[in-house]
Design a protein around this ligand. Structure first.
Ligand code: ADP
Ligand code: MG
Length: 343
């Protein structure tokens, strides 16, 4: 039993700027395990960015084209627990022998080995043996090797023998492609404007994007409603607001519109009336300060403006703060509201 989930394949792993190097290195390893210079292959990146999917895709591909090879996927947590168990039951030798038989060892989330010296010693032994025998080792971690605290130096230096590649937060195009792929595989239809809305709004990680999609589909069938923008906004609220701060784009826009006594819609409209332009610029300024939205995403939520407009707005507000005392006081007052809400 390889512990691989057959659902994780290269075929459904969307390629994008955010993962290009890691994906192509993974692909190379999957086709020539143990014989490329990418040994070990170390993939690192934040939570939900696709580390487990990618390394399992490597395992699945190797297993499919080389059924005789012993491919093993194991989380570091499980590795540690198995090792501790073997210590307790006096089976350390069996534990070691099992791992020494593996042809392709995929070990996920090695940051979990941190501080566990005995386990690291065992892993060091296994690593050396496998590597010397030309067996492939694939690892993931939530940070680059140099930032892995609590890991032995001799282990870290071996991690750097092969190739280290990172996964970044998915860029807009990749997010669009992931949604489209998901629609295709689940056989669901989502209108273009909703796909775009989701791709702009959920820009942290893929797992969250999938979560919003699942919630959206569930709500649509629960309420027997077609998927539309309104439903998407609801689904997003359920998922995002709990994890993000209370100060989201909606709240900023409402608060600023009220403060400047302009309508909420006017912030997103084309109008260039002076008081509205000012309110809009201030709202963009706070969106930049208090949310994690990209400039592109902020522009999108202000009536589809581009990111250079957002940069200009932020700059204009900063300049006014420096030169206009009354304006500065207004900004500080608003800032207090947001800060108290952000906690
Ligand atoms: P990590 O291990 O980095 O926390 P996962 O591999 O568990 O992340 O990925 C989280 C979810 O996002 C999974 O359901 C995975 O299939 C999906 N996912 C991540 N990256 C991609 C991608 N490039 N293409 C398609 N799905 C992806
Ligand atoms: Mg993972």
């Amino acid at each position: 039993n390889s512990q691989l989930n057959p659902a994780y394949t290269f075929e459904n792993y969307i390629e994008g700027d955010c993962n290009r190097l890691a994906r192509s290195a993974g692909y190379a390893v999957a086709n020539k395990p143990g014989t490329t210079s990418f040994n070990p292959l170390m993939i690192y990146g934040g939570v939900g960015l696709g580390k487990t999917h990618l390394v399992q895709a490597i395992g699945n591909q190797i297993k499919n084209s080389n059924p005789e090879k012993f491919v093993l996927y194991v989380s570091s947590e499980k590795f540690v627990n198995q090792f501790i168990e073997s210590l307790k039951t006096n089976n350390v030798q069996d534990f070691a022998n099992f791992y020494l038989l593996v042809d392709i060892l995929i070990i996920d989330d090695v940051q979990f080995l941190s501080g566990k010296e005995k386990t690291q010693e065992m892993f060091f032994h296994i690593f050396n043996h496998l590597h010397q025998s030309g067996k492939q080792i694939v690892m993931t971690s939530d940070c680059p090797p140099r930032d892995l605290k609590g890991l032995e130096e001799r282990l870290l230096s071996r991690f750097k023998w092969g190739l280290t590649a990172d996964l970044q937060s998915p860029d807009f195009e990749t997010r669009m492609a992931i949604i489209h792929k998901k629609m295709q595989s689940d056989g669901i239809d989502i209108p273009d404007n909703v796909v775009e809305y989701l791709a702009y709004s959920v820009d942290t990680n893929v797992r969250e994007l999938e979560g919003v999609l699942i919630s959206l589909i569930a709500q649509s069938s629960l309420n027997r409603k077609e998927i539309d923008l309104e439903l998407a906004k609801q689904a997003l609220k359920h998922i995002i607001e709990d994890v993000e701060t209370e100060v989201n784009l909606d709240f900023i826009q409402k608060t600023v519109a009220e403060y400047f006594q302009v309508s909420l819609d006017s912030l997103k409209a084309k109008t260039r009336k002076k008081e509205i332009v000012t309110a809009r610029q201030v709202a963009m300024y706070f969106a930049k300060e208090f949310t994690s939205h990209s400039l592109k995403s902020i522009g999108y939520h202000f009536g589809g403006r581009d990111h250079s407009t957002v940069i200009h707005s932020v700059q204009t507000v900063s300049d006014l703060i420096d030169t206009d005392k009354k304006f500065k006081a207004s900004i500080q007052e608003l800032q207090k509201k947001f800060k108290s809400k952000a906690g």
